[in-house]
Design a binder for this molecule. Structure first.
Ligand SMILES: NC(=O)c1ccc[n+]([C@@H]2O[C@H](COP(=O)([O-])OP(=O)(O)OC[C@H]3O[C@@H](n4cnc5c(N)ncnc54)[C@H](O)[C@@H]3O)[C@@H](O)[C@H]2O)c1
Length: 292
């Protein structure tokens, strides 16, 4: 029998964690968000409130629904406040040791039947799970950015994940309005295994064929039917996030196409990170919200 998820914890309320928390509270679930400081917790709440407010303006949500959703969110700096959660979704920095340390701490705080999920993009879920005493309770739950908008969730099972933990996360993803798929814990899972080398090829073509970012995006949107051009997509993902994920997948699989192109590494070093820094391949108004 799948475990029933009543209360959810989200650890790390950055880009992904705040989006995931928003998805949970909008689906009617009590959610506890843990950040490293009260200020970061409040900032995340403010961002969620802002996006819910925009949904009200567009008549996708009533003001009462917005207030009810926000009332389901509590934020804390104390891990102990996650104690009653049936599922905790980790969305902290993409660093193996940080995640392993956190999972060890979570195991001490949570009930034995609670499921631990990681939102890692490119790390091994197996290596994260090996940090805890009961790795059968660890599953990958890979949301996409922006989490409230993109419907895919990759539910990643390791060789040691318990079937009922995988199923509980799958059913939970459906309940919060997502379209989950199941896959094994292989580098990059499904989407990033394909997308990362593909985007790196696109960036290499910029220099090889002397194409401007605008023209490359036009080529791939009008010639192939992509909904967004590769340069705009990298700007949305974040150049630093993409470079980091490329390095992790390259380290795991060793194929040249996986390694980040020089041009992207240079952009990362110069702080041209895309939407979040106001400039990447294109320029952005930093005051404008970065997701619908
Ligand atoms: N950004 C994306 O496009 C994307 C997409 C899918 C998955 N991911 C993955 O999601 C995870 C988070 O990415 P992000 O882009 O949201 O990062 P982010 O830097 O925006 O947010 C991370 C947050 O975690 C907080 N944090 C760090 N350690 C913590 C701890 N011990 N307890 C509580 N909070 C802690 C930080 O203060 C920060 O606010 C990473 O593993 C990343 O690979 C990112």
């Amino acid at each position: 029998m799948p475990r029933e998820i009543g209360k959810v914890g989200v650890v790390g309320l950055g880009t992904m964690g705040a989006g995931i928390a928003q998805v949970c509270i909008q689906a009617g679930l009590e959610t506890v968000g843990r950040e490293v400081s009260d200020e970061l917790g409040e900032r995340a709440r403010g961002r969620i409130e802002h996006y819910l407010g925009r949904a009200v303006e567009k008549a996708r949500l009533s003001p009462e629904e917005k207030d009810a959703a926000l009332a389901r969110l509590t934020t804390s700096t104390e891990l102990e406040d996650l104690a009653g959660c049936d599922l905790v979704i980790e969305a902290v920095v993409e660093d193996l040791e940080a995640k392993r340390e956190l999972f060890r701490e979570l195991e001490r705080v949570l009930a034995p039947e609670a499921v631990l999920a990681t939102n890692t993009s490119a790390l091994s879920v197996t290596e994260i799970a090996e940090a805890v005493e009961h790795p059968d309770r660890v599953v990958g739950m890979h949301f996409f950015n922006p989490a409230p908008v993109l419907r895919l969730v990759e539910v990643v099972r390791t060789k040691r994940s318990a079937e009922d933990a995988v199923e509980a996360v799958f059913v939970f993803a459906e309940r919060v309005g997502k379209e989950p798929i199941r896959c094994d814990d292989t580098p990059g899972f499904v989407v990033n295994r394909i997308l990362i080398p593909l985007l790196n090829d696109c960036v290499r073509v910029l220099d090889e064929a002397g194409v401007s970012p605008e023209d490359l995006d036009t080529a791939m949107t009008l010639g192939v039917g992509w909904p967004i051009g590769p340069c705009a997509l990298i700007d949305l993902i974040g150049v630093d996030v993409h470079v980091h994920a490329s390095e992790a997948i390259h380290a795991a699989l060793g194929e040249d196409r996986m390694s980040p192109p020089e041009r992207l590494v240079r952009m990362r070093d110069e702080g041209l990170l895309g939407r979040k820094s106001g400039r990447g391949f294109f320029a952005y108004d930093r005051a404008a919200p970065d997701r619908p």
